[in-house]
Design a protein around this ligand. Structure first.
Ligand code: PLP
Length: 453
């Protein structure tokens, strides 16, 4: 049997409708270089999804492989439980504290994003208990949020459809509307949109009782939800609200960190600092699995002062090989100025795609190389009644399939007709221009096909 047949027979894929998968069959990737991956048949794909929004430094860096091999030979494992640690975990923690906003000097390791979110939520509850707020266990999140698929992270995730078959979920995770000016109640024409969306958070805190709330948890720019970019003043307002009620603010920067939006952290664009940052993905660019939470020192201090035990951890947390790889990844990210490159390439892509005046594009928006393309009915097409902004059901996945036929892998926001583009930050100008061509063509062709039928 070849690899595809073995895959079909034995490998259970993530996020899949089994029947559809059996019909389509697998794409088995066997090699990667720069922004391109290759399958078993030697077909090349320009990866506009960047793996799962994480291959920031690009595929195929031999330098990283050498670092991993060296670390494995020297020390392949030691944990970070009790009073033990390992040299690579310590070195990376110091580096992350240097990269983090001032005041966030503590690092706890996980294996990925969902575990980072779980850890942050548990830490927030522990912190409130340390502060004597024994009822403070609720975590307020956003409706369109994605935080991962473990039970706690799934409970924090909004997107009701994503979780409806897995209940009962973890109690205490509540949701309020995301600051979505494209689809939400307060649009771009509303100068008060930031204040109004932030007020929804405060109203919920007051309705629940501030003493019952441990934390507000959100992505600075929502990713899987469709690259939802909050108004400029939203995060500073959230900071003030959390301070007012003694609530921790947890920023899920799992997708947005390490240059994705053109800065180390997306919140830098907003001049606001959270109490906890969740990170993963770009932390290693996917060369090995690793996540972390960066924690405000005073949060750990409060737990220490109250002498509460941090009975939490993962066997592989602070894995020395993953930490050594992360350090090498960050070194490349900084040396090659990839945050700036993301800013430049992202701006070029957005400008050029807008110039195409594609009638099925409602909006192209993004920061750095985190870009959303809203797909809508053409002004005279579909069941359009709202100024060309009604949706064409299925257009997102149709564009994904059409682009794939042209050798481009595309991300799609699963519950919104929008493309979610997160290519490697090393994407060249020529590759960005090719993406403009392929998406413009695929969106027109599929938009016309789906609205004329
Ligand atoms: N948080 C955000 C913002 C994410 O985008 C993701 C994954 O896409 C996660 C958490 C979950 O990360 P993981 O799949 O590593 O558990």
């Amino acid at each position: 049997m070849n690899l595809k047949q073995l895959d079909l027979q034995h490998l259970v894929h993530a996020e899949v409708h089994f029947r559809e998968f059996y019909r389509k069959g697998p794409v088995v990737i066997v090699r990667g270089e720069g922004s391109t991956v290759y399958d078993t048949e030697g077909n090349a794909y320009l990866d506009a999804q960047g793996g799962l929004a994480l291959v920031n430094i690009g595929y195929g860096r031999r330098e990283i492989a050498a670092v991993a091999a060296r670390q494995m030979e020297q020390l392949m494992y030691y944990h970070t439980y009790f009073n033990f640690s390992n040299d690579a975990a310590v070195m990376l923690a110091a580096k992350l504290a240097e990269l983090a906003p001032a005041g966030l000097g503590k690092v706890f390791y996980t294996l990925g994003g969902a575990e980072a979110v779980e850890s942050a939520a548990k830490l927030a509850r522990l912190y409130q208990r340390a502060k004597g707020r024994s009822q403070g266990d609720k975590i307020i999140c956003l409706n369109e949020a994605y935080h991962g698929n473990t039970m706690g992270a799934l409970s924090a995730t909004g997107m009701a459809k994503h979780k409806e078959l897995f209940g009962p979920l973890v109690p205490g995770f509540l949701h309020v509307p995301a600051p979505d000016r494209f689809d939400g109640p307060f649009g771009y024409d509303d100068a008060e949109a930031g204040a109004k969306y932030a007020a929804l958070v405060e109203e919920r805190i007051l309705a629940e009782g501030p003493e019952t709330v441990a934390a507000f948890l959100a992505e600075p720019i929502l990713g899987v939800g469709g690259v939802i970019i909050p108004p400029d003043d939203y995060w500073q307002r959230i900071r003030a609200i959390c301070d007012k009620y003694g609530i921790l603010w947890i920023a899920d920067e799992v997708m947005t960190g390490f240059g994705r939006t053109g800065a180390d952290w997306a919140l830098e664009h907003y001049g606001a600092t959270p109490d906890v940052i969740c990170t993963a993905k770009g932390l290693t660019s996917g060369y090995l699995p690793l996540g972390a939470i960066l924690i405000r020192d005073t949060v750990v201090d409060a737990i220490a002062e109250a002498d509460l035990p941090f009975t939490h951890g993962f066997t592989y947390a602070g894995h020395p090989v993953a930490c050594a790889v992360a350090l090498a990844n960050i070194e490349i990210y900084q040396r090659e100025g990839l945050a700036q490159r993301a800013t430049d390439t992202g701006a070029r892509f957005i400008r050029r795609l807008k110039e195409r005046e594609n009638p099925f594009i409602g909006e192209v928006r993004g920061k750095g190389l985190m870009i959303g393309v809203e797909l809508v009915a053409a002004p005279a097409g579909g069941d359009d009644t709202a100024g060309g902004r009604s949706r064409v059901p299925g257009l997102g996945f149709a564009v994904e399939a059409a682009s794939f036929r042209e050798g481009v892998i595309t991300g799609v926001a699963p519950y919104r007709e929008a493309l979610l583009l997160t290519p490697p930050l090393v994407l060249t100008d020529a590759e960005a221009d090719r993406l403009v061509d392929v998406f413009d063509r695929a969106i027109r062709t599929e938009g016309e096909r789906l609205t004329q039928g």
